[in-house]
Design a binder for this molecule. Structure first.
Ligand SMILES: Nc1ncnc2c1ncn2[C@@H]1O[C@H](COP(=O)(O)OP(=O)(O)OP(=O)(O)O)[C@@H](O)[C@H]1O
Length: 127
């Protein structure tokens, strides 16, 4: 079915195009992903404004990548489940809940890391 692109000499670069298309698709269809992207923008802005350290940038980039990629995996799992059946089914519900839980766990960690990095600096501004 995909023999056309697999046989092409540009298949390596086409892999990036497919990945980019996936990110665009999630951005367009998933509100939660757009919320995460908005938060990412705020965090990057905060990092610039507060001159955070190189180590803090590394930690932030890791946790941002984790949250965004888990949101994409969650969306992929939801789509697989909806492709299999759109009928109400407790097993499908449980699988989707677990995938959503994974995003939630990473988001909590992101909030903790963001708190440790930014709260002392914000407090300093007001003291
Ligand atoms: N076919 C189903 N059978 C039973 N429960 C379902 C089914 N589809 C969805 N659910 C329940 O509804 C929740 C939301 O599922 P949905 O596919 O609507 O994702 P969503 O609203 O896009 O969620 P998210 O905010 O995680 O992206 C699931 O976590 C699950 O509890």
């Amino acid at each position: 079915m995909h023999s056309d692109y697999r046989g092409s000499s540009h298949r390596f670069w086409k892999g990036f195009v497919f990945a980019w298309n996936g990110i665009r698709s999630v951005f367009r269809t998933e509100r939660n992903f757009r919320v995460h992207m908005f938060c990412t923008g705020l965090v990057i802005l905060g990092g610039i404004v507060f001159h955070i350290t190189k180590g803090e940038w590394m930690l932030l980039s890791l946790i941002i990548a984790l949250v965004l990629s888990l949101e994409m995996v969650n969306t992929a799992i939801e789509k697989i489940m909806d492709y299999l059946s759109t009928e109400p089914d407790p097993k499908i519900g449980a699988i989707k809940d677990i995938a959503a839980g994974a995003v939630f766990v990473s988001a909590i960690s992101a909030a903790v890391i963001g708190g440790f990095i930014f709260i002392p600096r914000i407090v300093e501004v007001f003291l």
